[in-house]
Write a protein that binds this ligand. Sequence first.
Ligand code: GLV
Ligand code: MN
Ligand code: MN
Length: 407
Amino acid sequence: MRVRALSVMDECCRIAAMTEEPGRITRRFLTAPMHDVHAHLRSRMESMGMTVHVDAVGNLRGLWQPAGASGKRLMMGSHIDTVPDAGAYDGVLGVIMALEWVQIARELKSPLSIEVIAFSEEEGVRFGIPFIGSRTVAGRFDRVLLDCADSDGISLAAAIRAFGLDPAGIHDAALDASTIGFVEIHIEQGPVLEAEGLSLAVVTGILGQTRLTLEFTGHANHAGTTPMLLRHDALSAAAEWITQVESLARNSEGLVATVGKVIVKPNAANVVPGEVDVSLDLRHAHDASRIFSVEKLIETANAIAGRRGVALRRTDRLNQPAVPMDERLTSFLADAIEATRLPVKQMPSGAGHDAMVLATRVPSAMLFLRSPGGLSHHPAESVLAEDIEAALHVGRKFLERLAAAIR
Ligand code: GLV
Ligand code: MN
Ligand code: MN
C-alpha cells in the first residue's frame, strides 16, 4: 500500500505541472491546461476499463461498471481547478483517490458501479462564482450564469464553446436516480488533525458561505492638487470597511470573514482612487448568524460610504447554507475507519467542497486527510504517504460495507 500511496502523490504532482503559469500552480476553469488534465485522466480511466466523457460544463466523468453490476452507482470525485499559486493536492487528491478506490472495488470484485468526476470548477476564481461543476451535476445550474463574464470579458457561455463544448447540453449533465450517493476525499486544509496527531477524519457537515462583491465608487482626481477634505477616495472607504470586517469576525464566535481580492481603479500612485471592487467571503456553521453578520457588514459599508460621499453597489455571488453530511454514508465511513484500527475523528469543514452542493441532491459524505502545517491554498500544501495509505485501507472497508448494504 505504501507504494500505491506514493504513486498517488506522484500523480498529483504530475497534474500540478499542468498549469497556466510556469513555476506556479494555477489552473482556472476551462483554461488550456484543463485539456491536458482531461487527456491524462481520460487515458488512465480508459486503461482501467472505465467509460469516459466530458459533460457540457467541462466535468470529466469516468464510469466503472463491473460485469453483473447492479443498476446503482456511487459517485466520487473532487475538483481539478485551482486557486492562483495553489498547492498540488486541493481537489486533485480527491480525484486520484477516487480512481484508487475504483481499483480497490475491482480487486474486491464489487458489484458496485462507481462514477468518478473531476469537477471543472469549484474555486470560483475565473467567474467569481464557485461550484459551477457540481451545481451542474446536482441539477442546480442556473442559466443566467451563462452571461457572467471573466476579467477578460469572456462570458461563461463563450468559454464553454471555446473549450469545445455546447452549453445547450448542461441540463443533460445532471445526475439521475441511479446515483445512490457521493463521497469526496479531500485534504483537511486546516490544522486540527495534525494538532491531534490523527491521519483521517469523517466530516459531519460543511459551513455555510456567503460571497459577494462591494463596489465603492468615489471620484478619481489629482493626488497633488486635491485637498484632503474635498476627496471622495474609494480606496480609503474600502480600507476602513475591510478593517471592520476583520474586527467583526474576530469578535464573533464561529465567524470567519475574508477580503481576499481588491481591484483598484485607476491604480496609479498619483491618482486618488476612483473605484474599488472588494470581495467578501464570510462563513459560519449557523446560517442565521452568517446572514446577520453579512447584513451588519453591509450596514457598516453604507455608513462609511455615506460619510465619505462614496457610492456603494453590492453584487451577491454565493449564498450557500451550511450542509450536514448524510448520516448513513458517514457512519459507513466511520465504521471503515474503526475497522482499520484508527481513531474515529468527526469534524466539520470550514472549507467549501463539491460535496456541499451534491448533498442537496444525493446522500453525501467526506473523508479528510491531515494537512501538514495546516497549510492549503498555498504552494507548500502537502499530504503524508502514511495518511494516503490509511485512506486506501479505509476505502476497502467502506466499499465492502456499502456493497453489502445495497445488495
Ligand atoms: C474552497 O476551496 C473554499 O474556498 O472553501
Ligand atoms: Mn480550494
Ligand atoms: Mn478543494
